[in-house]
Design a protein around this ligand. Sequence first.
Ligand SMILES: N[C@H](CCC[C@H](N)C(=O)O)C(=O)O
Length: 276
Amino acid sequence: MLVRFTKMHGLGNDFMVIDAVSQRVRLTPKIVRKLSDRHLGIGFDQLLLVEPPSRPDMDFRYRIYNADGSEVEHCGNGARCFGRFVRERRLTIKDEIHVETARGQAVLYLLPDRQVDVDMGAPELRPVEVPFQAERQAATYFVDVNGECIELSAVSMGNPHGVLVVDDVDTAPVETLGPMLEPHPSFPQKANIGFMQVVNRGEIRLRVYERGAGETLACGTGACAAVVAGRLRGLLDEEVLVHLPGGDLRIRWPGEGQSVRMTGPATTVFEGQIYL
Ligand SMILES: N[C@H](CCC[C@H](N)C(=O)O)C(=O)O
């Protein structure tokens, strides 16, 4: 089956985007893993599938697959690229686009300056909903990693995140602690692990070891989860500039029960077609 696709990225977090509205696509974890290979396939952190909605109040269904073939609940950088993609391919003429995700919905706003603003919905903090193994909800938890006691926050943006505060992201143990915390039994569905350095109450630096993809140049849901964690710990104000290795995102969170808003770029790199 010959399939058209578009290669895109959000601050270097890169995607293969497939229009499954106007073409038939059948994916398996094995096919996704083959496509994600940066030597033998297209190469990407995630594959984004654009499908017709299953709900009348939605414009599209938004499905996300990690490089390891796992289907996941949300992708923030991907949401911005999703909005840019459906507009550029004239799958919609709207500038406000409602998409359904595996665990909820997101609203994408295409801005005149070509940035995309996303209403990411409200974070989930109840441990059972993250999911995270804990007796009761708290701003931080302690988990044992090979005898070392690690303090972190547990936040879901639809997908699970563990967020640590570090003194300096440049020297943070992302390569060693990331792979040990991602599959940690405290996170029954694994987790994306964020390493956050607080610069001031309106600015952080962040690196993310992503579930199913490893460290990426940027993580949109990770940036949202980090700001939520920082606010829960009393370290951050409502609007935060998040510096990721691939660039900056602007995140706003008024507080519990409220939506997190994310604004940033979405870039189209090339079009292609491939036999699946
Ligand atoms: N690795 C994530 C999905 C992609 C999230 C990230 N690329 C973003 O921009 O939010 C997970 O397994 O939940």
